[in-house]
Ligand binder design. Structure first.
Ligand code: GAP
Length: 506
């Protein structure tokens, strides 16, 4: 197992052990790619939502919110193209009866070759020490070069086949590479077929011609179909945006990706309506704004990169992903898409309702163009959670696991800890807790030795611990311990709130 795989495993078990994320329906052996957020996870998730909502809606006068229903008229998904084209190429192994995404099987194969390259680099770095030049090694070592070329060849087969829907060639590639089913170990594959990713259910009773409806695979369509309502009732002037946070559902066939790829997940999306012809300017604007948002959380810049799409979806004239360096490598965290007037024009056509904007400055009506920012809430959670997980060896040789979460995202901001459970210290601690809890999520803990209690708070990322000791009763001071530096300082009780506020607002 590679270092990264091992770290990912530790992160997943930490998320469970400390009440962040649980497998759904665990006592019934779980439901694949579905997860529940526990007592700390839900707080962290709510904090991420609030941080996004404030920066998108509260800080932009021209962006408003919406909370549309998950169930929508089935024709919406016909108009949006999801009924006809929202599918993934799947392949079944006839022996294990397991179904896989055909492109992911090939990508996993590529990842294995990349792992081999990485191993060679690590070995060489050890051998050459200080003088090691990774770039030179990668471009001259014959074994590395052969593997790099192999990856290039595979990608040159896979991506054109995916783009042209050449399912036979994807199957051929799987066979030629000798990819075996991880469960049965056999290469006994079915043909590759397209499977629609939308979940469907019935609305209405069977007797009255029940309608098939879909669980939304993106929140964006709930924004598009409310465009007229919001533009008119809010007297919105272009350019303006509509933001939404909500659940989306996709029948993803996945393995071992934790909350990176789920069947039920949450998106935070914003559709920005602009004049036709100005969309690429706004596309650049939103790319810039969104990367600034990510960096404002204090994670180093090198953990993010843009991936501009070369091959565009039929409705887009520009698209870029913000990728994050997850434990399994760089993967998509957010998409910024210039969607032209595709969606509004399609809804205009399918609904028969005129969806246009009268631009008083141009004295002209048009279907607005749209620039979308679309970020996965669960992926943002995973990005912050995995980056924050740290194992530190302390001076006394002991180890602490500390979640260095951005304070604004941490589930609890303060822990209130009486040094001992007697001598009126708990009563005094409760008093302090009562003065703080209306402003901050606080946790009170009086069980176990103080060192163990600090560790428990480190493990859930609480930025501050307040300890009440015997001196507190004499002079109304406490110690405040900062999570990352573990430094303790004696301060007056009256100063606690200000110090916490300052750090959180940083
Ligand atoms: N409205 C555009 C849209 O839905 P997308 O690239 O399919 O675009 C946007 O999804 C974001 O939603 C992704 O960047 C990702 O963060 C998140 N996302 C998509 N599928 C997901 C899944 N199965 N599990 C978790 N997050 C997902």
């Amino acid at each position: 197992m590679s270092n990264n795989e091992e770290k990912f495993k530790k992160i997943i078990s930490h998320a469970k052990e400390y009440g962040f994320v649980f497998q759904s329906s665990e006592i019934y052996d779980g439901l694949s790619a579905v997860y529940d957020y526990g007592q700390n996870g839900v707080e962290m998730k709510n904090n991420i939502k609030e941080y996004w909502w404030k920066s998108m809606v509260q800080y932009h006068e021209n962006i408003v919110g919406v909370d549309s229903a998950i169930f929508m008229h089935p024709t919406i998904w016909k108009a949006s193209g999801h009924v006809d084209a929202f599918s993934d190429p799947m392949i079944d192994n006839k022996d294990s009866k397991k179904r896989y995404r055909a492109d992911v099987l090939v990508e996993d194969f590529i990842a294995k070759i990349e792992g081999k390259i990485q191993k060679e680099i690590t070995k060489a770095r050890k051998r050459f020490g200080e003088s090691f030049d990774e770039n030179q090694f990668k471009t001259t070592n014959p074994r590395v070069l052969a593997n790099v070329n192999k990856i290039e060849d595979i990608k040159n087969r896979l991506y054109p086949a995916m783009d042209s829907d050449n399912l036979e060639d994807i199957k051929l590639l799987i066979e030629e590479l000798g990819i075996a089913c991880p469960i049965s170990g056999s290469k006994n594959w079915t043909d590759v077929r397209q499977f629609n990713l939308m979940f469907s259910t019935q609305m209405g009773s069977l007797s009255e011609d029940a309608n098939q409806i879909f669980l939304r695979p993106e929140t964006a369509q709930g924004i598009f179909v409310n465009y007229l309502n919001i533009q008119k009732s809010g007297r919105m002037k272009i350019p303006f945006g509509i933001a939404q946070i909500g659940k989306a559902f996709r029948n993803e066939i996945v393995a071992r990706q934790f909350i990176f790829r789920m069947k039920e997940f949450e998106q935070m999306e914003m559709q920005f309506f602009v004049r036709p012809g100005e969309e690429l300017k706004w596309f650049e604007y939103w790319k810039n704004e969104r990367i600034k948002w990510h960096l404002s959380l204090g994670i180093p810049e090198e953990k993010y990169r843009f991936h501009d799409h070369e091959k565009l979806a039929h409705y887009a004239n520009a698209a870029s992903d913000i990728e994050f360096d997850f434990p399994m490598g760089f993967k998509e965290l957010e998409g910024i898409h210039s969607r032209t007037d595709f969606d509004l024009a399609a809804h205009q056509k399918f609904s028969g309702k005129k969806i246009q904007y009268f631009d008083p400055e141009l004295n002209q009506s048009y279907v607005p163009f749209v620039v979308e920012t679309s970020i996965g809430l669960d992926r943002t959670f995973l990005a912050l959670f995995s980056h924050s997980y740290n194992e530190e060896v302390l001076e006394d040789g002991s180890m602490r696991v500390v979640m260095k979460l951005p304070p604004i995202i941490a589930p609890y901001k303060v822990a209130v800890l009486p040094l001992v459970k007697k001598d009126n210290l708990p009563e005094k601690a409760r008093e302090i807790m009562d003065s703080l809890k209306y402003n901050y999520m606080c946790q009170y803990d009086e069980k176990d030795a103080i060192g163990r209690r600090y560790r428990r708070q480190d493990a859930i990322g609480t930025p501050y611990c307040i300890t009440i000791d015997h001196q507190t009763l004499e002079d109304n001071t406490v110690t405040i311990r900062e999570r990352d530096s573990m430094k303790q300082e004696r301060i007056a009780i009256g100063k606690i709130s200000g110090i916490i506020a300052e750090r959180i607002n940083d």
